[in-house]
Design a protein around this ligand. Structure first.
Ligand SMILES: Nc1ncnc2c1ncn2[C@@H]1O[C@H](COP(=O)(O)OP(=O)(O)OP(=O)(O)O)[C@@H](O)[C@H]1O
Length: 622
């Protein structure tokens, strides 16, 4: 920042005092040296405060006169941004609350980015050590300010981020809105994508973003109005508004939305939508404490008291409440995975899931565990209740479903491929390790023995969690799981030989004796005939065509159950499993199928031969 003083405590104007060095250094020369010299009469005689106020005012005037305040530059929004803003404002008006969640989430991302970069560049923290989010409200004027000490934005980043739509959640939202024909789908879409920064215009007529990146010497202000096709960017030159690092958003609320600027309302919204944000969120709240004050007594009353009691006179007091304003911590700063599982309710796990992964449906199951010993880590895993839409998801391991933390520092959500096999990529969760280095990279993860152990344990826990769903009181839960993620498990049969024993009991198939509901392999084995050695199956493209397969008749006659493999991946999966509980899988369409009939015929032949031999002996013996 050169010689410019950025410390707001020095600027001091928030208390209504004129700042001591209110002009940035480049303007200081505009003040005649005589005014600042010790011979200046102000310094010698006048009250110092008045003098400084005068100097500050003069410097501002001079700046103005000399046209040194950098002008605001005007830019047009990219066409998609204007469209998106229209869409947001017009379709989400009944769900305006989300604006705060979105802006807090951006602030939290900015803090995450800074914390991550500071691992290798600790100097980034030097301007402000506290990583937090502060929300202040001015209910009389309908203004909300949200300040974070995150990574901030340079001038170029302001242009790139708040005027164009990059490949962000916002872009995905726009696409989904376009595709959505369902009139009520918008509120669900918000849950899925988040609508980001532009949701500020749901409640604001004007938005100001003042931001300072550690990469830049200067602080910049982005400003725009609702329904405008343009925005401006200028340099922040008001010393009272300088921040050491990060971003301050000022929302000038629309007339009908000024109610959002009530401190209690903001507090409720934070607790409702952003309780589990991993940085402290402070809100500016009115507080009170009680104190005893002396009261002036009524003289008549005092005289009476004097007569009644000859004892020593005590002064009367009353209790009053003294009001003051202060920051109040409003969210839960202890990450859920560090808490004792016995003390976390299912509702809290579900809330954490919805907030962290932008989901609107509750998960089907969750698992919270800590592993100790050789490798230490904590994790909360979830099975979502629906599969992501999109055809490629089954083969796409890059789902950003696993958030990796090292010693509570968020590292990345890009490493799910390293922590889970791709067929389990639908599992969501957080993993926090104490044993990995903070600057962990993909290469380190791929070669790390610790990660290999973590991966094994995570997979095991994921299977335990899925097994838990099969035991759920609600039978529909597993049916729902199977419908959404059955394919993934079948892929596991092909790709993960080591876990066949865990996958196989979770598989489900239709059969010749269960055409409506799927059965498990355990149910099949229980239903096997006493002399049946193998598990029979037939592959077909539907239950109907499997039922009519020519080979089936013989087995149906004998009341032997046959699995119907009706999904193209089924047969390959079964062939990879080879057997279940020491019973081989046998395809009934194969020519050499031995149903045990061959033995029966042989038995008959032997009996016949034996009978004939007996006859012959009888005859010979007479
Ligand atoms: N408080 C902030 N500090 C630093 N950068 C920010 C802040 N708020 C927004 N940004 C920048 O502006 C970009 C656009 O924000 P926006 O909320 O529209 O999309 P997003 O955060 O990328 O996606 P989404 O909010 O849907 O996850 C962000 O990616 C980020 O680079």
């Amino acid at each position: 920042m050169g010689s410019q003083n950025n410390d707001p405590s020095v600027a001091g104007s928030s208390q209504g005092e004129p700042p001591l060095f209110c002009a940035p250094a480049q303007y200081a020369i505009a003040i005649p040296p005589s005014l600042l010299s010790s011979s200046n009469p102000c310094h010698q005689s006048a009250d110092e405060g008045t003098c400084l106020f005068w100097v500050a005012g003069l410097s501002r005037l001079l700046r103005h006169l000399m046209h040194q305040v950098p002008p605001a530059e005007k830019y047009e929004y990219q066409a998609e941004v204007s469209r998106l803003m229209d869409l947001i404002v017009n379709s989400l008006y009944s769900n305006k609350d989300v604006f705060l969640r979105e802006l807090i989430s951006n602030a939290s991302d900015a803090l995450d980015k800074l914390r991550f970069l500071s691992v290798t560049e600790p100097d980034l923290l030097k301007d402000a050590f506290d990583l937090d989010i502060r929300i202040q409200t001015d209910k009389d004027n309908g203004i909300i300010t949200i300040t974070d000490t995150g990574i901030g934005m340079t001038r170029q980043e302001l242009l790139d981020c708040l005027g164009t739509i990059a490949q962000s959640g916002t872009a995905k939202f726009l696409k989904a809105m376009k595709e959505s024909k369902d009139a009520g789908a918008e509120s669900n879409l918000i849950g899925q994508f988040g609508v980001g920064f532009y949701s500020a215009f749901l409640v604001s007529e004007r938005v100001e973003v003042s931001t300072k990146s550690p990469k830049s010497d200067k602080q910049y202000v982005w400003e725009s109005e609702a329904n405008s096709s343009s925005y401006t960017i200028r340099e922040e030159t008001d010393p009272s508004k300088l921040i050491p690092r990060g971003t301050r958003l000022t929302l000038y609320l629309k007339r009908d939305d000024k109610g959002f600027a009530h401190p209690e309302r903001i507090q409720k919204l934070v607790q409702n939508y952003s309780l589990f944000v991993s940085f402290p969120i402070y809100t500016w709240q009115e507080k009170g404490y009680t104190k005893e004050v002396e009261v002036d007594e009524d003289p008549a009353e005092a005289k009476k008291d004097d007569q009644d009691e000859k004892t020593e006179k005590k002064k009367k007091t009353k209790t009053v409440v003294e009001k003051y304003w202060d920051w109040e911590l409003t969210n839960e700063t202890q990450p859920i995975w560090l808490r004792n599982p016995k003390e976390v309710s299912t509702e809290e796990y579900n809330e954490f899931y919805k907030k962290t992964f932008n989901e609107y449906l509750e998960p089907l199951a969750s698992s919270h565990f800590t592993t100790e010993g050789e490798v230490e880590f904590r994790s909360v895993l979830y099975v979502p209740s629906i599969a992501p839409t999109g055809k490629d998801d089954i083969i796409n391991p890059k789902t950003k479903n696993i958030r990796l933390y090292v010693k509570r520092v968020f590292i990345s959500d890009d490493f799910d491929g390293e922590l889970f096999p791709r067929y389990l990529s639908f599992i969501k969760g957080v993993v926090d390790s104490n044993d990995l280095p903070l600057n962990v990279s993909r290469e380190i993860l791929q070669e790390s023995r610790i990660v290999r152990i973590m991966r094994k344990r995570l997979v095991r826990k994921a299977f335990d969690m899925i097994l838990g769903i099969t035991m759920s009181e609600n039978r529909d839960d597993y049916a729902r799981f199977w419908e959404n993620f059955g394919k993934h498990l079948k892929l596991g049969c092909i790709e993960d030989r080591e876990n066949h024993k865990r996958i196989a009991p979770l598989l489900r198939f239709f059969s010749s004796q269960s055409e409506e509901d799927t059965i498990s392999l355990d149910e099949y084995v229980e239903n096997m005939k006493p002399d049946q050695k193998d598990i029979y199956y037939i592959a077909s493209d539907s239950v109907t065509s499997a039922k009519n397969a020519p080979f089936l008749e013989k087995l149906v006659e004998k009341d032997v159950e046959v699995l119907f493999l009706v999904d193209p991946i089924d047969e390959v999966a079964i062939q990879n499993l080879k057997s279940y509980k020491e019973k081989n899988f046998v395809d009934i369409s194969k020519e050499d199928l031995d149903l045990g009939d061959k033995n029966e015929e042989k038995d008959k032949e032997i009996k016949q031969e034996f009978g004939q031999t007996c006859e012959w002996i009888k005859k010979r013996l007479g």
